[in-house]
Design a protein. Structure first.
Length: 109
């Protein structure tokens, strides 16, 4: 696989994740974490506005049991975090929804 093919594959993954975030088929915060990790894989400057916002979101929620780490939490811990997770979802959408839409528009063939 060439470098260009790799970049294209990662951009398609970014579109897939962002689209799923928008339609609710993926947990918004899990999607934000994945988009943050794709930031250096899509062939853009590291300060690209659309991806940088997801690094900020990911940084703010890194203490929450989201994604795979959730399976290691007790039910009591999950209950304690649930309100914060819901508030974080609302906040994340407020600060990143336009960028989420922009990723879909920019890289959708």
């Amino acid at each position: 696989m060439s470098y260009e093919e790799y970049i294209e594959k990662q951009r398609k993954r970014a579109v897939e994740v962002a689209s799923e975030m928008l339609d609710g088929s993926i947990h918004y915060l899990e999607g934000a974490i994945e988009l943050s990790s794709l930031r250096f894989e899509v062939g853009l400057p590291e300060d690209d506005k659309d991806f940088l916002v997801f690094s900020g979101v990911s940084s703010e929620i890194d203490h929450l049991p989201i994604g795979a780490p959730r399976q290691y939490c007790s039910n009591e811990a999950l209950e304690r975090y649930e309100t914060e997770i819901q508030e974080s979802i609302e906040w994340a959408k407020e600060v990143s929804l336009p960028e989420c839409k922009s990723i879909v528009t920019r890289f959708n063939d």
